[in-house]
Write a protein that binds this ligand. Structure first.
Ligand code: ATP
Ligand code: MG
Length: 380
């Protein structure tokens, strides 16, 4: 199942995060609200798939859920507003309780705060309902109001509200600060609202800079798979179809994938496609890896490479000798015969594009595993 956000047939190695989320859901139902869960990791490691599973787990318990993707172009106010529309319309009915009507009215005002044209209609008369006022224009005030009213309405229905934000590194500092403040208030007053944010490895640092009490957040590093999980990710889907892998074939795919989920899925799929019969052997695996590599080069890697300018490409090339490990930005500058200051804007743009991040002060590294190898394969 290679592809961004594509649900793998076997979702392996994420039991700890899923268990922690399950505990948080049950605790919230019983009146105790946990701190946000922060999932961070490299490109293609499985963050979207994991946060989507969190959504399903919440939905299975009838929670009200908004799952959104942050983007550098759109403010949090808007994407959350749109993400909340579906759960809102599901709860709107004339027989709805007071708290639900209040939440709907507050939601209408929230919508008005960023969109003067298209109004929501929920098909219920809200003229006598309390609520509203989430249109002051101050994000902290408005978001707090809608999330409070909505989560308290959810409690009336015996459930909770889950807010899931993917690509959270694209939120700006004010937005992250606001989320941290509201999550803090929610945990203090036990509104049944749980947050999960997923993003690049820079996310914990960005959050820490945004607001001090984020140290109580639950930080979960989404990593490449262990040896046994990597094998399971390949074997289990095949077993389900009555197909087996030879030991050598399995080892070949696992070792060439570096145990990165995206690569496992890509190589596994290609090996599957070339194999005949009900057993996948070493020859199939070898061919699968070669074909998978070219698929990755033409998609996973190329799509990112093509989004960079010539100057950015030169910067990325200068990072390559260290491979996936980070390199000092001073070293990159000296390799390019430039000063750190001259390269500052390029570095910033590459971070903004999500291609590199700063694992430590003065260090840059690729967010995409294997990117250095890909760049080395490209003719200058
Ligand atoms: N736990 C897992 N077990 C097996 N395969 C997985 C697992 N997690 C993700 N995958 C597979 O890896 C690929 C990438 O997953 P996903 O899109 O969730 O990564 P990501 O971390 O969100 O990447 P990006 O940073 O580019 O958004 C998908 O093909 C998915 O099926
Ligand atoms: Mg993703």
């Amino acid at each position: 199942m290679p592809g961004a956000g594509r649900k793998p047939t076997a979702l392996v190695g994420r039991d700890d995060a899923l268990r922690a989320w399950g505990v948080a859901l049950r605790r919230a139902e019983r009146g105790t609200t946990d701190q946000p869960m922060i999932l961070y990791g490299l490109r293609g490691v499985g963050k979207t798939v994991l946060i989507t599973q969190l959504r399903h787990d919440a939905e299975d318990r009838d929670w009200w859920v908004a799952q959104v993707e942050a983007g550098t172009e759109r403010p949090l106010r808007e994407i959350l507003g749109e993400g909340l529309y579906e759960p809102l319309s599901e709860i709107s009915r004339p027989s709805a309780g007071k708290r639900v009507l209040r939440a709907l009215k507050t939601a209408l005002s929230f919508k008005a705060s960023y969109d003067a044209t298209g109004n929501w209609t929920f098909g219920v008369d809200l003229s006598d309902a309390a609520g509203g006022g989430a249109d002051t224009g101050m994000l902290a005030t408005d978001l707090r109001m809608i999330l409070k009213d909505l989560s308290l309405a959810a409690r009336e229905a015996g459930v909770g509200l889950a807010i899931l934000i993917d690509e959270a590194q694209d939120l700006d500092t004010e937005e992250l600060t606001t989320l941290a403040v509201i999550a803090q208030a929610a945990a203090q007053d036990n509104w049944p609202v749980l947050f999960a944010l997923a993003g690049l490895p820079s996310l914990p640092q960005t959050l820490a800079e945004a607001k001090s009490y984020t140290e109580r957040f639950q930080f979960i590093k989404v990593e490449r798979l262990s040896e046994s999980d990597a094998r399971a990710a390949i074997l289990r889907p095949a077993e389900g179809e009555g197909v087996s892998w030879s030991t050598e074939a399995l080892e070949h795919v696992v070792s060439h994938s570096g145990r990165y989920p995206y690569f496992i899925q890509q190589f596994g799929q290609e090996a599957w496609n070339v194999a005949e019969g009900l057993r996948i052997g070493l020859t199939d695996a070898k061919l699968g890896v070669v074909q998978g590599q070219s698929q990755l080069d033409n998609g996973f890697f190329r799509s990112r490479w093509d989004r960079t300018t010539a100057a950015e490409k030169r910067y990325l090339r200068a990072m390559c000798p260290e491979g996936d490990a980070g390199v000092g930005s001073g070293e990159v500058a000296s390799r390019m015969g430039k000063s750190l200051n001259q390269l500052g804007p390029i570095r910033a743009r590459l971070i903004h594009k999500g291609l590199i991040y700063a694992p430590d002060h003065g260090i840059v590294a690729f967010t995409v595993p294997g990117m250095a190898g890909f760049i080395d394969r490209q003719i200058e």
